[in-house]
Design a protein around this ligand. Structure first.
Ligand code: ADP
Ligand code: MG
Length: 400
């Protein structure tokens, strides 16, 4: 699907004429730092070259006509700026509508509707943040199309925060800020070392030498994932409240591992204790992983990824047989520095660092063991590390 085809599809659905503009936002993969983002900790994601495209044209009324080439069965979904059902849309348009609603909530009033065409090549529901990609995409479109009501002055970070607000309050998933931030701010060939406590961040060159990032998709749909995600979040909050009776902290990641070990006995409940332990140790691992990468120590980086997976499996309990199989088999393969689940877990993807000359055998070996054990195929992507949210040029012929 190139931009020319996208423009043809847009004109086909909504007719010619007017000012049709195009936008792109990537998916993201988190290399390490899982479930730290709503605990005020560090994360280390990068943008992918896979992503989501939007073509849009402003209308003169308040109607919204939205069509996704990935959800053709829904046809053109029609609604308006006066009709926000807060997730009860029960279809993909709740993401863009959530962002439009959030703009209004945050004082950025929208006066006109849009004709919108969407297309994405991120596997949906796989933990590569196709939802955040669609939210930030909507945000940059709205910013670009509006010069009034303070909208033109919004930063990409403002848009990321609005995307998160939409996902939390409109879609109903209590995600942290990592996904929207990564999708908005990604940079080709860099990962983002983000402190989710204050949104300070550093671009770190992804110098992987003769290694590449390989994403393995379990193709297990994350049913129940959102409710379990929200459950983990509330368990972390409960653990924090207990720890706060012993130490003046505002989030779990304010604790070093040493601090945590000193006061952990205040948590009597074994489940809450393990949840908190994962978060505190994962935060430390993330800092250490970034240091290792800076020292070109891929081996150490990979070891920390493996430890991250074990902790997510045993202490945070968000993996499952599909993700565990992918990681266990990856660890047996030649040329694999490290492997772990990425994203919310329960299904979705793993991320592995694999030496160039071993990628084919990795895919062959992990793929066949997975198929045999789980009963269906995994998919593999050698990840390109791409730029964050940006406008795409549609020239007179609709080509880039
Ligand atoms: P993830 O963010 O891990 O990919 P989610 O379940 O959070 O998974 O988000 C996936 C949902 O986002 C899809 O079911 C769909 O509603 C919406 N979405 C993502 N990409 C697109 C797209 N290209 N077109 C329409 N909707 C999309
Ligand atoms: Mg999502």
């Amino acid at each position: 699907m190139d931009n020319n085809n996208l423009l043809n599809a847009f004109v086909d659905k909504f007719g010619e004429g007017g000012d049709i503009r195009g936008y792109f936002t990537p998916g993201r993969v988190n290399l390490i730092g899982e479930y730290t983002d709503f605990n005020g900790g560090y994360v280390f994601p990068c943008g992918l070259t896979m992503g989501t495209y939007m073509l849009a044209r402003k209308r003169t009324d308040r109607k919204l006509n939205m069509y996704s080439l990935n959800f053709k069965k829904n046809g053109v979904v029609q609604s308006s700026l006066d009709e926000f059902l807060k997730g009860l849309e029960k279809n993909w348009t709740m993401y863009p509508k959530g962002v439009m609603w959030a703009f209004g909530e945050k004082g950025y009033e929208l006066n006109y509707g849009y004709d919108i065409l969407v297309y994405g090549n991120i596997p949906n529901g796989s933990g590569l943040s196709s939802s955040a990609s669609l939210e930030v995409l909507t945000g940059i479109m709205l910013k670009d199309m509006n010069s009034t009501n303070g909208i033109a002055g919004m930063s990409l970070q403002d848009i990321a925060l609005i995307g998160q607000y939409a996902e939390n309050k409109y879609v109903g998933v209590n995600c942290g800020i990592m996904d929207q931030f990564a999708v908005a701010m990604a940079k080709k060939d860099y990962a983002i070392f983000l402190d989710t406590n204050n949104l300070s961040f550093k671009y770190v060159p992804l110098k992987l030498g003769n290694y590449k990032i390989v994403i393995s998709s379990s193709n297990k749909k994350r049913s129940l994932a959102d409710s379990k995600y929200n459950e983990r979040r509330s368990q972390c909050e409960k653990a924090l409240a207990l720890l706060q009776t012993r130490k003046n902290i505002s989030c779990l990641c304010d604790l070093t591992v040493a601090d945590f070990n000193e006061i952990q006995d205040v948590i009597q409940d074994d489940v809450l204790l393990r949840r908190a332990k994962h978060v505190v140790y994962e935060n430390e691992r993330t800092k250490n992983a970034v240091t290792a990468l800076g020292n070109n120590n891929i081996k150490e980086f990979g070891k920390l990824m493996n430890e991250s997976h074990s902790s997510l499996r045993d202490d945070f309990e968000v993996t499952g047989i599909e993700l565990d199989t992918l990681v266990e088999e990856a660890e047996k393969c030649e040329g694999v520095a490290g492997s772990r689940m990425t994203g919310a877990g329960f299904g979705g993807c793993t991320v592995s660092i694999v030496r160039d000359d071993c990628i084919d055998s990795f895919i062959e070996q992990v793929g066949s063991v997975y198929q045999e054990k789980i009963g269906y195929c995994a998919d593999f992507y050698v990840a390109g590390v791409g730029d964050g949210a940006h406008k795409i040029d549609l020239d007179a012929r609709g080509l880039l």
